[in-house]
Design a protein around this ligand. Structure first.
Ligand code: GAP
Length: 479
């Protein structure tokens, strides 16, 4: 992970936030390349979830809604995590994370049976603070700072950020920064239905920032207090919910594979019954094997009719769909694929990172899918004379209308290739001494490092073909 974090800072993917003031713990700013990576992730998600379908529409709801939304959804009363303090170090931890770390340690040591047993035990005690504390003691979990097991009781802590709306700061002006984008969708159910005349089944998709006062953020941008979610609520007839639940789990798993994620590091993990959120009848997590262990990328949940019913009760509005054929009001069930944009971008970074060769010859390469790469084509004049820079600018300008491009003039051509490899640029085009005469350039591919002579007039088509035929090179671990 350290190498990836360092590359992210050095090359402008991710910066520590408020750095000139000493930083703001576990908060990050996405740099020029990072913002492009996240943009590609969101575009790929929107393409798969909205543009390529007829049954899903988009929404962009407000971050600050009426506090009644969060009372009805159960977030005011129950959106909390179990916390435990170490009396010696005064450090505060998420009690369940202490056990999860222990599970990851067992897995790392190959003690998979022990890991599985502990996972089951954790599932059984989640929701009972006393039993969770007992498990921490039983497992001999020590504070990473003080090395003691001098633990307090486990207490619940609400994760929503509170703020005040308007000039007065009193209990009547309390509002919350949304902890998920999903509720904005539920409360707009009638608006979308009447404005689009959609029939069941249909979905509403939304991408946007969410905020959670996480007690133990960490693992780089994996868990932060401010992050972007990509969520879709798919409304269907209750009797069809199981089929749609299976369908969306498969679709979402395939999405990561289609964008080149190593299949050996991706798995679907069904939740055990005692792990399910109170509103869910089923849930499956897409998980990735990060350097710190298997962790959730996205959850696909069957939320039943819980949310629409809660908001109907609390608002007095009838949030149901009228079936013209049966003349019945149906409160739909909801299947929700809920992903994190930052987490997905981090997954692509971790998964794409490779080092080839040794010593000074080491090539660091991010093998991004070309659809995800922040820059698709970099253009270089071989030397800064003989009209090559001007020709390079012309070629870059023509390509810029179709791809994300960059132009680099300085350093040897080999170094320029390496710099682009390191940020995952799949194609480099070099203008050389032959270009003026033959109207051809060198096209170099990142993964194979193969170079071919291509007429300028055919460049766009050749790059388009290469993007559509791209498949992940066999990772070193399976070759
Ligand atoms: N509406 C359901 C929901 O919000 P969730 O599992 O709490 O479910 C969905 O969140 C996704 O949002 C997660 O799978 C993860 O990718 C992302 N996410 C949640 N909390 C996060 C955090 N603190 N930092 C970064 N991403 C987070």
């Amino acid at each position: 992970m350290e190498k990836i974090v360092s590359l992210c800072k050095r090359r402008g993917f991710v910066f520590p936030a408020s750095e000139i003031y000493g930083g703001q713990g576990s908060t990050y700013d996405w740099g020029p390349l990072g913002v492009e990576l996240k943009k590609r992730v969101k575009e790929a998600w929107w393409e798969a979830m909205v543009y390529s379908r007829q049954d899903v529409v988009g929404l962009d709801s407000a971050i600050i809604q009426s506090p009644r939304v969060w009372e009805a959804s159960g977030h005011v009363g129950g959106f909390s995590d179990p916390l435990i303090d170490n009396k010696t170090s005064k450090q505060r931890y998420r009690a369940d994370h202490l056990i999860e770390n222990k599970i990851a340690k067992y897995e790392k040591k190959g003690k998979t049976d022990k890991a599985a047993k502990l996972q089951d035990k954790l599932g059984a005690v989640i929701g009972d603070n006393d039993l969770l504390r007992e498990l921490i003691i039983e497992e001999g979990v020590k504070c990473p700072v003080s090395g003691t097991d001098d633990w307090t009781e486990v207490r619940q802590f609400n994760l929503m950020f509170e703020t005040h709306v308007g000039a007065l700061k009193d209990s009547a002006s309390i509002a919350y920064l949304r902890p998920e984008t999903a509720q904005g969708i539920f409360i707009n159910f009638n608006n979308v239905l009447t404005s689009t005349r959609k029939k069941l089944p249909f979905g509403i998709a939304q991408i946007g920032k969410s905020f959670r006062n996480e007690i133990t953020p960490g693992n780089f941008v994996f868990r932060t207090r401010e992050f972007e979610q990509m969520e879709m609520e798919f409304f269907c007839r209750p009797e069809e919910a199981d089929d749609w639940f299976d369908y969306w789990q498969k679709e979402r798993f395939q999405w990561y594979l289609d964008l080149g994620v190593n299949p050996e590091k991706l798995r679907m993990r069904p939740h055990a019954a005692d792990e399910l959120a109170h509103y869910a009848a089923g849930c499956g997590d897409v998980e990735y094997l990060f350097p710190f262990g298997w962790s959730e990328l996205e959850g696909v949940a069957n939320r039943t009719d819980y949310d629409l019913k809660k908001h109907s009760e609390a608002s007095g509005q009838n949030l149901s769909w009228f079936d013209q054929e049966s003349k019945e009001h149906i409160t739909p069930y909801v299947i929700e694929p809920a992903a994190g944009c930052d987490r997905t971008a981090m997954t692509f970074l971790v998964d794409a990172y490779e080092e080839e060769g040794e010593g000074k010859e080491t090539r660091t390469v991010l093998r991004f899918h070309p659809k995800i790469a922040p820059i698709t084509v970099a253009v270089f004049p071989l030397v800064k004379k003989e009209g090559m820079p001007e020709q390079a600018e012309e070629v870059e300008l023509a390509l810029r209308r179709h791809f994300r491009t960059a132009i680099e003039y300085n350093q040897s051509i080999g170094r320029r290739y390496r710099r682009q490899d390191e940020i995952g640029t799949p194609f480099c085009v070099t203008i050389d001494g032959e270009t003026a005469e033959t109207q051809t350039v060198t096209l170099r591919e990142r993964d194979s490092m193969e170079q071919s002579r291509v007429p300028i007039a055919e460049l766009r088509q050749r790059i388009d073909e290469a993007i559509s035929q791209w498949s992940r090179p066999v990772p070193a671990s399976v070759s």
